[in-house]
Write a protein of this length. Structure first.
Length: 143
């Protein structure tokens, strides 16, 4: 079952998605920190046992955080949307423009849904919602 969202419906579930996106952003920052720490320790000529342990810890943290991010992405996608990136987090909501299938597009620092693009286009081809010809007034499922 494939849900098509109206702009109003997409904006209505956005607060729930934003909470999950904040979790992704926090974990993403932790990943970057642990990668930097691992690289800093790896560049050391002669490592102590403590530094070896810190490297193993940093690597295991990255793996654990990546797994947690994947779980959060699955939760977000259970809303019927697609997560297209994590830095920044980009979420596409399936929708219609007349008979054309499109995506309503949201990026993590935006307040609401303000853009859309065709299903064969990407983030760089986003257009303002005001350019939609005939946005759906009601949701419907495509079986």
């Amino acid at each position: 079952m494939y849900k098509f969202f109206t702009v109003k419906e997409a904006n209505a579930i956005l607060p729930q998605i934003k909470v999950l996106v904040e979790e992704i952003a926090e974990k993403r920052d932790e990943i970057y920190y642990n990668i930097a720490r691992y690289e800093e320790l790896a560049d050391s000529e002669e490592k102590t046992d403590k530094e070896d342990l810190e490297m193993m810890y940093a690597k295991s943290m990255v793996m654990m955080l990546e797994s947690e991010i994947k779980e959060i992405i699955e939760t977000i996608q259970n809303f019927g949307v697609l997560v297209k990136g994590i830095d920044p987090v980009i979420v596409d909501f399936p929708s219609k423009n007349d008979e054309e299938d499109i995506f309503l597009c949201w990026k993590e620092d935006e307040e609401e849904i303000m853009y859309w693009h065709g299903i064969n286009e990407g983030f760089k081809e986003r257009k303002p919602i005001s350019l939609l010809k005939n946005p759906p007034r009601r949701s419907f499922y495509n079986f």
